[in-house]
Design a protein around this ligand. Structure first.
Ligand SMILES: Cc1cc2nc3c(=O)[nH]c(=O)nc-3n(C[C@H](O)[C@H](O)[C@H](O)COP(=O)(O)OP(=O)(O)OC[C@H]3O[C@@H](n4cnc5c(N)ncnc54)[C@H](O)[C@@H]3O)c2cc1C
Length: 383
C-alpha cells in the first residue's frame, strides 16, 4: 500500500499520518529535504484510510464557500506592524483579535536554528514569531493533533498556513470544521526545500563568521514593491542588497527547488481552503494608486460567512475598501499553479554533488557578481 502515486501528488500535509488507525505512518525526509508519508508495511492493515483522507486524492466538497467571495484591499492601521509584515499586515490584526479572548493561533515561525516550523501561540507578545512570510516549507509535525486537543478543550483556534496545509487540516477533520476553528490560507507561489534553506543559512553563517540572529524575506526598506532579503548576525553585521543573500530569492523565483506537488497544486484556484485568504494585492497601484503608499497592501478574500463575521470583528484595525474580483488577476496563483523550471533536475544533481554555494553561483545572480568582480580585478591588475 502507498499513500500517494507519485511526488506530484503529495504536499506532505500529515493528514494521512495522523488519521492512520494503527499508527503505521511516519513522515520521512527525501533527498531534496521534503517530507513524505512512509508506511510501515508490518503494521499496515490495508484499511485505505490514508488514501481516502488525502486532500490531493479526494476533492473536498465545500458547502460553506460563498458563490462570490468579498474581495478587499486592506492595510493595518498600525504602520510599524504593516512595514514589518510581508503584505498589508492583516494577519497581525486577525491574530490580535483571536488572542485577545483567550484563544490560540497557529502559524509558521523560525526556531533557534532558523528551521521553519508551525507553532501554537496563546499570547499577543508572540505574534512577532509568526509575522512575515518565510518562503520555505514549514514543518507541521503534530500540529493537527494539537488543534484537535484545543478544540476538544473548547478553545477557539485560528489556523493559518499554505492552502495545502489548510486543506490537510480540513481533511483531518473529515471536512467538518467546527465553528470554533477559523482557517486562514495564503495565496502561495510554492514552497522551497527546507534542505536548501538549511544549507543556505550555513553558508551565510560561514561567510559572516557569525550566527544568524534575524532574517526577513520581505524587508521593505526599499519599498513593498521592491522588498528584499535582510539578515542580521551575532557580530552585529547586517546583510542587505547582497548577491549571496539574494541568491535564495532567485532560487525561489526560478522554481528550481520548490516541492514537486507545488507545480500541480490542486488548491491554486478561487475555491480557497480558508475562511479568509491573504495575499499581496499586486496591481493595486493601477486600480487605486492613492491606496498604495509602497508600504504594503493585502489582498483579502472572504470566502465563507465565518470569514465575513471575523472580518467584521477586526475591520476597525484596518483601512480597507471593496475591490473587483477581476483586479486579482495579476496574482496568477489564484487560477493556476507555478510552472516547473526545465533546470530543476540539473539543479538537484548539482546541489547533491556540490552543495549550496555551487548552485548559487551556477543558477543565481550571485555567480554573475562573482564573475564581474573577477573581471574587474583582472582589469585593475592590468592597468
Ligand atoms: C511560501 C509562501 C508563498 C507565498 N506566495 C505568495 C504569492 O505568490 N503571492 C501572494 O500574493 N502572496 C504570497 N504569499 C502570502 C504573502 O507572502 C503573505 O504571507 C500574506 O499576504 C500575509 O501577509 P500579512 O502582511 O497579512 O501577514 P504576515 O505577517 O506577512 O504573514 C504572516 C502569516 O504567514 C504565515 N506564514 C509565514 N511563513 C509561512 C510558511 N512557510 N508556511 C505557512 N505559513 C506561513 C504565518 O503563519 C502567518 O499566518 C506567500 C506566502 C508563503 C508563506
Amino acid at each position: 500500500m502507498r499513500v500517494f502515486e507519485n511526488k506530484n501528488r503529495c504536499s506532505g500535509c500529515t493528514a494521512c499520518m495522523h488519521s492512520c488507525p494503527v499508527k503505521a505512518i511516519s513522515m520521512k525526509t527525501d533527498e531534496e529535504g521534503f517530507d513524505y508519508p512512509d508506511i510501515d508495511q508490518k503494521k499496515c492493515i490495508n484499511c485505505g484510510t490514508c488514501r481516502k483522507i488525502c486532500p490531493f486524492n479526494n476533492k473536498l466538497v465545500r458547502k460553506d464557500l460563498l458563490n462570490a467571495p468579498d474581495v478587499l484591499a486592506a492595510k493595518n492601521k498600525n504602520e510599524e506592524t504593516r512595514i514589518s509584515s510581508s503584505s498589508g499586515g492583516v494577519f497581525s490584526v486577525l491574530a490580535e483579535h483571536v488572542l485577545s479572548s483567550g484563544r490560540v493561533v497557529y502559524g509558521a515561525a523560525f526556531d533557534n536554528d532558523f528551521i521553519v516550523k508551525h507553532i501554537r501561540i496563546s499570547n499577543k507578545n508572540e505574534i512577532i514569531k509568526l509575522k512575515g512570510s518565510k518562503y520555505v516549507q514549514s514543518d507541521l509535525s503534530d500540529v493537527f493533533l494539537q488543534v484537535e486537543r484545543d478544540f476538544k478543550q473548547n478553545k477557539q483556534v485560528l489556523f493559518s498556513g499554505t492552502p495545502c496545509q489548510v486543506a490537510g487540516l480540513r481533511a483531518y477533520f473529515n471536512n467538518v470544521i467546527p465553528d470554533k476553528i477559523i482557517l486562514v490560507d495564503l495565496v502561495c507561489h510554492g514552497v522551497p526545500s527546507p534542505l536548501v534553506w538549511k544549507e543556505y543559512v550555513n553558508v551565510l553563517q560561514t561567510k559572516m563568521k557569525s550566527k544568524l540572529t534575524s532574517f526577513s524575506f520581505r524587508d521593505k526598506k526599499t519599498g513593498w514593491h521592491n522588498s528584499k532579503l535582510y539578515a542580521e548576525f551575532e557580530n552585529h553585521k547586517p546583510l542587505f542588497k547582497n548577491s549571496l543573500l539574494d541568491s535564495f530569492n532567485d532560487i525561489f523565483y526560478k522554481h528550481v527547488a520548490l516541492r514537486p506537488s507545488c507545480h500541480s497544486c490542486v488548491f491554486a484556484n478561487y475555491e480557497r481552503t480558508g475562511d479568509i485568504t491573504l495575499a499581496d494585492f499586486w496591481g493595486i497601484e493601477k486600480y487605486n494608486p492613492k491606496f498604495d503608499d509602497n508600504k504594503g497592501v493585502s489582498l483579502v478574500l472572504l470566502n465563507t460567512n465565518k470569514g465575513k463575521r471575523i472580518f467584521n470583528a477586526i475591520r476597525d484595525g484596518l483601512v480597507y475598501e471593496n475591490r473587483d474580483k477581476r483586479e486579482t488577476e495579476q496574482n496568477s496563483l489564484l487560477y493556476k499553479p507555478t510552472s516547473p523550471s526545465n533546470k530543476r533536475d540539473a539543479f538537484w544533481k548539482d546541489f547533491g554533488k556540490h552543495g549550496y554555494e555551487y548552485v548559487a553561483k551556477k543558477y543565481t545572480g550571485y555567480g554573475i557578481i562573482i564573475k564581474m568582480k573577477r573581471i574587474f580585478k583582472k582589469l585593475l591588475g592590468k592597468s
